[in-house]
Design a protein around this ligand. Sequence first.
Ligand code: BMA
Length: 844
Amino acid sequence: MRGKPDLLEDSYVIKKTLDANWRFRELGAQDWRSANVPGSNFQDLMSDGSIPDPFFRDNESVVQWVSGRDWEYSCDFSCSQKLLEKDRIDLVFHGLDTIADIYLNEAHLAGTMNMFVGFRFDARNFIKPGRNQLRIVFQSPLTYAMPLEQKNGFRYPAENDHSEFKLSVFVRKAPYHFGWDWGPRLVCSGIWRPVEIEAYNTARIEDVTFQQPDISANEAKFRFNVHISSESDVKAVLNVSSKDSALIVEPVQIKIKPGQSLHSFDVSIPDPKLWWPNGHGDQPLYTFKFDLSVDEKVVASHSLRTGIREIHVENEPDDNGESFVIHVNGKAIFAKGANYIPSDSFLTRVSVDDHRETFRSAKMANMNMLRVWGGGVYESDDFYDLADEYGILIWQDFMFACTLYPADQNFIKNVEDEVRYNVRRLRHHPSIALWCGNNEIALGLQAWDWQKKFHYSDALFKDLIDDYEYLFSKCIPSWLDDEMEDRFYMPSSPIGNWEIESEDGKGDAHYWGVWHGALPFSEYERRVFRFASEFGFQSFPSSRSIEKFTLPEDRDINSDVLKQHQKHPRGNNLIKKYMESEFRLPENDDDIFYYSQLLQAYGLKKAFVAHRIARPFCMGTLFWQFNDCWPAASWSCIDYFNRKKALYFEAKRCFKPVAVFARLEDDKIKVYTVNDRFDDTSASLSISLENFQGAVLWQRNLPVTLKAESSDLVFDTKLADISNGQNLTDLFIRVSLTENDREVSCDYLFLAKIADLAFDFQEISYEWHKDETGHLVIDLSSEGLAYGLLVEVRSENKYVELDDNFLILTARHKRKIRSVAPVEGDIEQAAISFKSLYFSHPKT
Ligand code: BMA
């Protein structure tokens, strides 16, 4: 496992980032135009006004020509005398997207063809005093791949690649750039990660790797392997220090030979503090600094930040099929979270702060895991640094999704470089829990009729299966083995096939009976898996978000513009179908966006509860999908403009470490408690049957003990025994769990279909104040029931993020919500507004 080389501008290494003076043009055009690096051709064309914003209205279709052309980037730079005097001058590219030829002072330095790989070239013989010119020519990924596709003789499945020719499979470039069922097709090119010059003398610490440490209560023993590259024979001293711990280590004398060499030494950390996922403890991180000295002068350094933890993924045959449990430091962790896709079609627009926002939001929603899904990218270093800091475990896919791929030697070698590069870059992160070969390719081979659909002969299909096995079951795990010990690898997710019910007990599952299979939400309660790694339902972004990329005349889901922002072919029909059967279609068309969010939250809640109460049979729930890469209808819980949907708050409530849930099962009310913590806890449970006007018709209070790491059925009764034949349309059950006089979890169960509830519109009353820390506190009350109550607060022209929203407010129970951050300036009463679900007439 390793870290980043130090960014030093001192005597032994000089780094210079080439991020200025860039220009670009279409290859063969006359005039250069100014460019931003890192960036992409689409972004530069947008900045200089040559193309409109592809996210606005239906502009995606007008900008497609950009993908089919070749583009050229160039920059002039000069180097200081000090830099030129170094023994080694390297040119380092952290990411070129994708088919690129690099020229330094017009000499061809290299050709590259993998967006996911960084490259380091020895540029000493090409760099000169005075002005230097770096030029990179990007061939269109489409024109590059077309001859390969033409020669191929058959078509790869790649059904998410929105074009007739499935070119995406031939290019190691983010699959979602070619389109997906939630994303546009914007096949961009460019320098997407920094370019640097690094000059140094003597030697360089290329990497520091280590195996999982040997951990006991008093010490953690690390064996570090320091990988050094050198031009000459040198005698040196290696030392390691850490600001986070008094290390027990002796500097070692080493003899370095020219070329690559490896030097191991042992370090003991007294009183080690363990890294835990969110909700289970802290995330202490240790930074180690390695210094290589010659004649008592430091000639190279390297720092590495990691955490001390032991992760083991249990995936073994058992009586139910095949377990799937993530153990951290010997404890089974119930994984709660979502699938993460890249946060923008144009990746350089995603800042460290955006990533921080992702992890802050995930942590706030009681999540402890995100899956970096295989149709996107291996995320940037800062993404994984933040995962380490926030305690969010990472399920890391390799970037292959939903199609077969070529397996010729060039392709395999290209993938080998990609796998090794990314495993080396990421393996030291304590947050990375597992590595997965691909998304849904094994499932596709088994269940998606590829042979028939794409007219593959038996012989060809067999070859394709062999190619698949070769890459995902043989090559990738063996490269991974070379690069790290103690890792869990699975060739493909899911392991089980949801269409075969007998496989529900087998490993992880992507359950798409709801949505793709158009089955009712109640199926979420019937079909429970060992680890649900995907399941989801679409909704629209909020009206406020829709306003940002449309004109007023577009704000109808049937408009041409909004249809462009719905990439699932049956998407709008499915949303409407479920809305009609489980909710109602809104009386006012504008409400469909808001209703769709309530519907999505309502449906997924059933899955969250079913998964959690099935612990320990089920040990994970990761819904599809956390975020968006552009503004659109999608399965996300946070939209492109960072607005949290109703689903986000539902997940937050359902993912609490200690929780209570009520369900109606046949004619019975059942109350379940769940405790994910490592200790038992005592609490009091209150169960009441109330009507919308606030009368309590029945109530029971009981003490409960929640055993550590367990779920329990704590109460059940026949509904008829407590409802006494009353009309159920204005009744609900409220369950509340109080621990040390504090309500830790609460749930509402409606006893009739949402569509049949007798909503009786009531004004929301509210009072607000700022507390001593400047947070806004709003006390809400109502004389009737408000379902899905959306509270919007504006301050200084911005919407204030609240810690709960889309909530249920009842006549008897006041609610208090709070801003997530202190609020500056005055809040006018008028700046608080409300919306809740309401049907003015009975369902016909
Ligand atoms: C899943 C994912 C994606 C897709 C999503 C919604 O299976 O792996 O391929 O976007 O379904 O259809």
